[in-house]
Design a protein around this ligand. Structure first.
Ligand SMILES: Cc1cc2nc3c(=O)[nH]c(=O)nc-3n(C[C@H](O)[C@H](O)[C@H](O)COP(=O)(O)OP(=O)(O)OC[C@H]3O[C@@H](n4cnc5c(N)ncnc54)[C@H](O)[C@@H]3O)c2cc1C
Length: 444
């Protein structure tokens, strides 16, 4: 039977879901989203400010794509959901009926009730509107920006501002940079690299309040140590949380996010949630967090849900954890699990290049030698290799001996496998050798 599927949110999760519903069915599809008329790549927003791309270049699909695939788009804000009537209410008052509803409303930057957090010049870096606001605030130049909260979005925002030569101060509450994710050596590497880029990093420092000028614009921030730092931009990058305020007045169950089961279904039979805004009551993979706020998990959820809606109930299975990012000039990749400190029965092996800008850390089981995860900085690795080795539960010794197969960098880049394995041998009394690169093993 042909149904009317309404998706709120045109980000990666909502759009992937729509694309697969179209692939699998003839259902009517409507995507309602407030931020922009068309889907864009949020992860590349920074490059627009830095002048590498125009905003239009962030759209993965041409504008004709939607008509051709019979996916109707509507730019509007949904203010209410009436699940008893299967009806949405837009802020214009318009009512829209659905037979199935998908909530894919993403995240919003955290605000912790700081005094002055809503002044002009105080902003997160999440949406197209945030990008426009930063353009507007900095169009005539600024003396300084202060970024509050050390994580991936914070460092991206710092890089954006540095690209226009604006001095940046970075406040981080903890005593290390991104210390809840990075082990101390990697965190120190990022710290040194930030200093090279003249970022004024203040660890153990929190925002107390933002001070206003006579026009209601930020003129300075005050730290918890009582220091006043003059700035016209205060970047709020202390994490994000599910963008679900408008859902709270409905009878859809929420916690931090919209609560879903392993099929991405909410407590209401024909209502689902995917992407950054969804929170698993219990994640189907025991080693994952209940809220996943990364690009590829949104994509997986969209695809999985389309299968559930159009074919058979399908459990969300994101596979092995991975993530990648850039800390200014240093690329970071992680596959499997590497916690800041080894968990019980785990061991870490760490190698760092003398430049202090490249490193590899392997996490493995002390008892079984099973490879558990890897962090790499400054060396690009192949996802496929680690995904396969994690699935096949290879040993740390196997991974080290075959590391050349995972190295993505072209032949003429300096290879470091010999150095890495020599260090492991010296520390562990082993005599591993580096196998010649043989990519064929990865494709078998
Ligand atoms: C600057 C930045 C860099 C990032 N870099 C990376 C990276 O390198 N790698 C990575 O894996 N992840 C990265 N992320 C995270 C990644 O972008 C997100 O996980 C992903 O975009 C979330 O997609 P989504 O579809 O769940 O939601 P979103 O992309 O947030 O889309 C949700 C949409 O729904 C709209 N909406 C919300 N409520 C309503 C409503 N009531 N009515 C109508 N519309 C509504 C919103 O306006 C929004 O447009 C980054 C995020 C940011 C902000």
């Amino acid at each position: 039977m042909k149904e009317k599927i309404v998706i709120i949110g045109n980000g990666i999760s909502g759009v992937t879901c729509a694309r697969y519903i179209r692939k699998y069915s003839d259902h009517e599809i409507l995507i309602i989203s407030a931020e922009t008329p068309y889907f864009f790549s949020r992860t590349a927003l920074m490059y627009v400010y830095m002048g590498h791309m125009k905003f239009e270049h962030l759209q993965p699909y041409e504008n004709w794509f939607w008509d051709k695939n019979r996916i109707e788009l509507k730019q509007a804000y949904v203010s209410n959901i009436d699940t008893a009537a299967n009806q949405l209410v837009l802020d214009s008052g318009e009512k829209i009926n659905y037979s199935k509803l998908v909530l894919a409303t993403g995240s919003k930057p955290n605000k912790f009730g700081w005094k002055g957090q809503d002044l002009k010049g105080v902003q997160g870096m999440y949406s197209k509107q945030d990008l426009d606001a930063l353009e507007e605030t900095t169009k005539n130049g600024i003396d300084r920006a202060v970024i509050i909260g050390g994580g991936l979005i914070g460092i991206e925002m710092a890089e954006m501002l540095l690209s226009r030569n604006y001095p940046v101060t970075f406040l981080v509450r903890e005593n290390t940079f991104w210390g809840n994710v990075l082990p101390i050596e990697e965190s120190e590497m990022v710290k040194r690299h930030m200093a090279e880029h003249h970022i004024d990093l203040r660890l153990n420092t929190e925002l107390k309040e933002v001070l206003a000028d006579e026009n209601g614009h930020a003129r300075a921030i005050v730290t918890n140590k009582g220091e006043e730092i003059k700035c016209q931009v205060a970047g709020l990058t202390a994490g994000v949380s599910p963008n679900i305020d408008f859902v709270k007045s409905s009878n859809i169950e929420t916690n931090r996010g919209i609560l879903v089961n392993e099929y991405l279904q909410t407590n209401i039979k024909n209502v689902y949630s995917i992407g950054d805004c969804a929170e698993f009551k219990e994640h189907p993979s025991s080693d994952r967090r209940n809220i996943e706020q990364v690009w590829y998990t949104g994509k997986f959820m969209g695809k999985t849900l389309a299968a559930t809606i159009c074919k058979t109930p399908t459990v969300y299975n994101p596979g092995h954890w991975f993530n990648s990012a850039k800390f200014l000039d240093i690329e970071y990749q992680t596959y499997g699990w590497v916690f800041p400190k080894p968990r019980e029965n785990e061991q870490h092996f760490y190698w760092e290049h003398e430049s202090g800008k490249k490193s590899v850390r392997l996490c493995y089981s002390k008892k079984t030698r099973k490879f558990i995860g890897i962090n790499t900085f400054g060396i690009r690795m192949r996802h496929q290799a680690f995904d396969k080795w994690l699935t096949e539960e290879k040993s740390v010794e196997y991974v080290l001996e075959h590391l050349a197969d995972a190295n993505f960098d072209p032949e003429f880049y300096k290879q470091h496998e010999k150095e890495i394995v020599a260090k492991f041998n010296a520390e562990n009394g082993t005599s591993l050798s580096v196998r010649k690169r043989n990519w064929k093993t990865l494709f078998r």
